[in-house]
Ligand binder design. Structure first.
Ligand SMILES: [Zn+2]
Ligand SMILES: [Zn+2]
Length: 69
């Protein structure tokens, strides 16, 4: 059982081991598996890409100075 890559013009067989694209529900070859490569880049961005963590800066705790005396 084989399935062709969903990218137009690509005749490469899609890898059934790879999960379907969650945006267009199609399988792609290794070259087109990335959403931005086969045309789902916008949808990927809108949904919030898993990559790109926002660095959260933690405020240093216990920085208040104590004057005793
Ligand atoms: Zn897609
Ligand atoms: Zn392809």
């Amino acid at each position: 059982m084989t399935e062709k890559c969903g990218s137009p013009g690509c005749t490469t067989l899609a890898l059934l081991a790879l999960p379907k694209c969650e945006f267009c529900d199609m399988r792609f070859c290794t070259r087109h598996m990335m959403p931005e490569v086969h045309g789902c880049g916008d949808a990927c961005k809108k949904s919030g890409a898993p990559t790109g963590h926002r660095g959260r800066e933690r405020t240093a705790a216990g920085t208040q100075a104590h004057w005793s005396g």
